[in-house]
Design a protein around this ligand. Sequence first.
Ligand code: SAH
Ligand code: SF4
Length: 396
Amino acid sequence: MTAKAPITQDVMTLPRKIEAGGKINLIGQTRDQLRETLIAAGTPEKQAKMRVGQIWQWLYQKGVRSFDDMTNLAKPFRAMLAESFCIELPEVVTRLISEDGTRKYLVRIAGGHEVEVVYIPEEGRGTLCISSQVGCTLTCSFCHTGTQKLVRNLSAAEIIGQVMLVRDDLGEWPELGRANPPEARLLSNIVLMGMGEPLYNFENVRDAMKIAMDPEGISLSRRRITLSTSGVVPEIERTATEIGCLLAVSFHATTDETRDILVPINKRWNIETLLSALAAYPKASNSERITFEYVMLKGINDSDEDAHRLVQLIKDYKIPAKINLIPFNEWPGAPYERSSNNRIRAFSDIVHDAGYASPVRKPRGEDIMAACGQLKSETERARKSRKQIEAEAGLS
Ligand code: SAH
Ligand code: SF4
């Protein structure tokens, strides 16, 4: 039996209907929801399915933001849409572009909350790291997001909206017709590795990713989407059956004793329970391996013994896996240090010699603080110091 840890997921999601000016946002609605919405607004049932397809193509394939531009819809229908509905995306507050091309966006969502989105261009692909929650209910001790108190689930619109606004910024909407094939795209992959635990916001993440994968939506293959979880075991199987994307797991330790501290959800679902769930992941295969994320923390989880234990565990459970070693991104006040490059190399070699891919994640966008949780904390710091400066100057 696993011990119960005091982990809550008491977070709220903004209801779909509360959007700007009392109008209903069409972004983020599933096909079924949009169909119902259109029927409720007077669209004949027989036409509704076709209208959903048309509207989706305008929104997600062509990037259109005004009903007026939806030229294959009759004018009175467009007028009706404009009357009752809106097309609303989160707003970009800051954009930083690194020397290496990494782009980091701070994005404001309803209620004035802010989340971060990172775009990482690489040879032949462009990966977008998106957020699923403001903050996180979990408290992994090495993660800056875990120290942020405020938590709210993002709506499906706010999740898919991150993809859309980055396509805006990259100028990636095709003028006419179908979108480019994914391999030619600037934004070709999505990873749910930003702020928050995606499996504690399952429905909204699922609905947004369905739009990302739909041929009339953003049209990315499910193999180009990776969801990272700290190990919310009951939702792992659903990820395969209801989303069908690739899975990454924040493993980070090879004993329950250490994982309890680094990833406290381990007290609820321990290593054995987690590995059993991963072994049963319906989508796992040699061509769709599960990524084990492993943050390298000096003197905590980076010994040769840890490396051997890690591969043994994965072997024992026969999990098709690759191990992604992440040099720890230090943040002010963090209780850990990054392992040395030599240590990371030695660890990687052991994993590799045991037959598993063990890439070391390259730090990207360091000049713009593009690592987990950093832009937001930098911005907050800048605001605080501005306030302090104003206070000292007697301005506030
Ligand atoms: N909540 C999810 C997804 C977001 S975190 C999860 O935990 O998997 C995405 C990845 O970044 C996770 O593997 C997380 O453990 C890692 N991470 C968080 N803070 C980090 C830091 N300071 N340095 C390196 N990796 C970090
Ligand atoms: Fe939340 Fe993931 Fe950070 Fe843990 S590592 S606190 S689950 S965002």
